[in-house]
Design a protein around this ligand. Structure first.
Ligand code: FA5
Length: 347
């Protein structure tokens, strides 16, 4: 009887190790440890055995039952894990691996146009020796306003409708010029950096205005920086992005943090300057305000204004993207509409 038990155990182990389906493992379980299985038969046969046999065989069959149940549980867990891993393997796609994407028959993938253009501009500035900086979306009054020569009660605060937090001390940054302030705090001149990022304004939306949009800030501080330097960098930026001549105009602009300040407008690429909803029928789009950094701003940033000066700019990134791709409504950029996004699929 003991021999029958051992043979059965070996047979059980062989069958279980070869099995790859959960259903079959459950069948094995009910066959071997169920009430009508070979183990139960052996136990039933004990009534005709000697008391000694009953003790040894009873103990061994109980031990076997425990071993079998544990082995079955382990096998079920192993199969479950394998199933999960197989599923993950099938579903997982490294979206940065173009070949993997193609192999899976996923033909549409690409970067959001704002990301593409932001990276292109970053590359232009990196090649000119600029550093890339980042800054927080949630800011304090000092970095968003005070350090930029916009004291409390200054009308410029109203020009940028602000999302304030309940404490009325913190806000969602309204401009990437906050990165200028943080950059001055962490750098000693001479330095030059750019800072792209999202900004937020509590205003009505239309074809060229969003509540959350992107700006691309830039700042250069050193000795004897001039308007000519500023214009050179702005021209290089636009010619690299458009790869062709674009009509631009420079006009005086007012910002408390620059003096003199300029507005660099681009001829509307949607209507070719004839007038449309994007350019509010003026033929021009406000794109790239800039200017020579106001001494008060440099002082707030701890910079010696007897030695250093500089320029700064704050490009409207979403509008540049619109001009580059001929997108006639800024709201499409953040719509999450796949029909829009798919047009920018590159691979
Ligand atoms: C500023 O935000 C300044 N901080 C820019 C600056 C930096 C000037 C450094 C001088 C020196 P403004 O509010 O004009 O400026 O915004 C800059 C650009 O952001 C605009 O020219 C426009 O292209 C874009 N912009 C402004 N408001 C919106 C909006 N609601 N939706 C989309 N783009 C916008």
């Amino acid at each position: 009887m003991l021999e029958t038990l051992e043979t059965m155990m070996r047979e059980f182990e062989l069958k279980l190790s070869a099995e790859t389906s959960r259903a079959e493992v459950l069948n094995i379980k009910s066959h071997y440890v169920g009430k009508k299985g070979p183990l139960a038969d052996v136990l039933k046969g004990l009534k005709d055995a000697t008391p000694e046999e009953r003790t040894t065989i009873g103990a061994r069959s109980n031990e076997m039952k425990t071993i079998m149940i544990a082995a079955i549980e382990a096998k079920l867990t192993e199969l479950e894990l394998a199933e999960i891993n197989e599923k993950l393997d099938k579903q997982w796609t490294d979206i940065t691996d173009r070949d993997a994407i193609r192999d899976r028959g996923m033909t549409k993938a690409g970067f959001h146009p704002v990301t593409t253009i932001q990276r292109e501009i970053e590359d232009v500035f990196i090649s000119m020796g600029f550093e890339i900086l980042d800054g927080p979306h949630i800011e304090d009054e000092f970095h968003n306003f005070d350090a930029l020569n916009i004291p409390d009660s200054h009308p410029a605060r109203d020009m940028q409708d602000t999302f304030w937090f309940a404490d009325m001390k913190h806000l969602l940054r309204t401009q990437t010029s906050t990165i200028q302030v943080r950059g001055m705090e962490s750098h000693t001149p001479p330095f030059k950096f750019v800072g792209p990022g999202k900004v937020f304004r509590c205003e009505e939306t239309d074809a060229s205005h969003e509540i959350a949009f992107h700006q691309f800030e830039g700042m250069m501080v050193g000795e004897n920086i001039s308007v000519a330097n500023l214009i050179y960098f702005m021209k290089t930026l636009l010619s690299e992005i458009f790869k062709r001549e674009t009509n631009v105009r420079l006009r005086p602009g007012f910002f408390p943090f620059v003096e003199p300040g300029f507005e660099l407008d681009i001829e509307c690429q949607i209507c070719g300057g004839k007038g449309c909803q994007v350019c509010k029928h003026t033929g021009w789009v406000e794109l790239l305000p800039c200017g020579m950094v106001h001494p008060n701003v440099l002082k707030a940033g701890g910079i010696d204004t007897t030695k250093y000066n500089g320029f700064a700019f704050g490009l409207g990134l979403d509008r540049l993207v619109m001009m580059r791709y001929g997108i006639d409504d800024i709201r499409l950029l953040h719509s999450g509409d796949l029909r829009f996004a798919e047009q920018f699929a590159e691979f």
